[in-house]
Ligand binder design. Structure first.
Ligand code: MTE
Length: 320
């Protein structure tokens, strides 16, 4: 497993052990929390699942985007074999190994809540909704590693416009599939399932925010959040929720999985910010997967020119 070399980071990286320390998890059930050890995870029966027939399918008619970085892209192998996706296992290589569980057809995404035009979209209709673009984005994980990924997707704003939000829609909540058969990690009480995330309306409408349905010219591999996931490149990776089934427009700030579980460590905003350290490790530097030396982390992950104005007047040390 590829892990950070320094002890500081190693102990800091999100691991199942941390769930022991989490008050909320303790409250869920002490015995259930005890299950969340590496031993119990490997004790889950991970045999079974069906290989996804769609894996590797090419996506055509993709236009390049001017929002793309020209930086060297991580390899397809890096991007698809070093993942965080707890529904498919807690180690970085687990999601690729267990990808066969997550079959993605049939699949629907319901757009609901404070909108004039609620609708349940079949995933294949959703993919055709808006022309697909290739967006090569820097992605920075809260665990202080990063990658450059050529996503295929479309602006979230195009779906939002179709939904016609009401004046009460101030935030959007995103919800991952809840199905322990297709997501066996959900059989363990390591977090409250399903995984949920949220954005403020202006963040959701920002042209950099996309719904991704592919990468490297192909349909999204299961381990990267098939069939559709959010990508918000100026925020830590955990905001980019995978395998979405619900997009709900709401008035109040919705719960977000990591923030709900450990609010002192993971804020709702979670903008990449080298000036605000995680309580247990520095966010000033990062390790680009595939590189030896650490690099400096850029504020808003280098997208400040485009997004800083969304937060003008806000104390980003308080709203981390
Ligand atoms: N979405 C769901 N449903 N479950 C998860 O465990 N992990 C998050 C995010 N989205 C996660 C998720 C975290 S911590 C990161 S860093 C990114 O997915 C990783 O995306 P990648 O594996 O495509 O690089």
């Amino acid at each position: 497993m590829l892990i950070q070399k320094s002890n500081d980071i190693k102990s800091a990286v999100i691991t199942p052990k941390e769930f022991y320390l989490n008050r909320r998890q303790f409250m869920l059930s002490a015995s259930a929390a005890a299950l969340a050890t590496g031993a119990a995870l490997s004790g889950l029966d991970w045999t079974g699942g069906t290989p996804e027939v769609l894996a590797g399918e090419k996506l055509g008619n993709v236009k390049k985007s001017s929002f793309s970085t020209a930086e060297k892209q991580n390899s397809f192998k890096d991007i698809t074999s070093y993942n965080n996706f707890y529904e498919l296992g807690t180690d970085k290589e687990d999601p690729a190994t267990n990808a066969r569980y997550l079959t993605t057809r049939p699949w629907t995404v319901s757009v609901e809540g404070e909108v004039r035009k609620p609708k349940t979209y079949d995933i294949d209709a959703l993919v055709k909704l808006s022309p697909l673009e290739e967006r090569v984005y820097r992605m920075r994980c809260v665990e202080a590693w990063s990658m450059v990924i050529p996503w295929l997707g479309f602006p979230l704003s195009s779906l939002i416009k179709l939904a016609e939000p009401t004046g009460n829609a101030k935030f959007i909540q995103f919800v991952t599939l809840l199905d322990p058969k297709r997501m066996p990690g959900q059989k363990l009480p390591i977090m409250e399932w399903p995984y949920v995330e949220g954005l403020r309306m202006d963040e959701a409408m920002h042209p950099l925010t996309i719904l991704s349905v592919g990468l490297y010219g192909e349909i999204l591999p299961a381990q990267n959040g098939a069939p559709i996931r959010l990508v918000v490149p100026w925020k830590y990776g955990f905001k980019s929720i995978k395998s979405i089934v619900k997009i709900r427009f709401v008035e109040k700030q919705p719960p977000a999985s990591w923030n709900r579980m450990q609010p002192q460590e993971y804020g709702f905003y979670s903008n990449v910010n080298p000036e605000v350290d995680h309580p247990r490790w520095t966010q000033a530097t990062e390790r680009r997967i595939g590189e030896f030396l650490r690099r400096k982390t850029l504020k808003f992950n280098g997208y400040g020119d485009q997004v800083a104005q969304l937060y003008s007047g806000m104390d980003l040390k308080k709203f981390y």
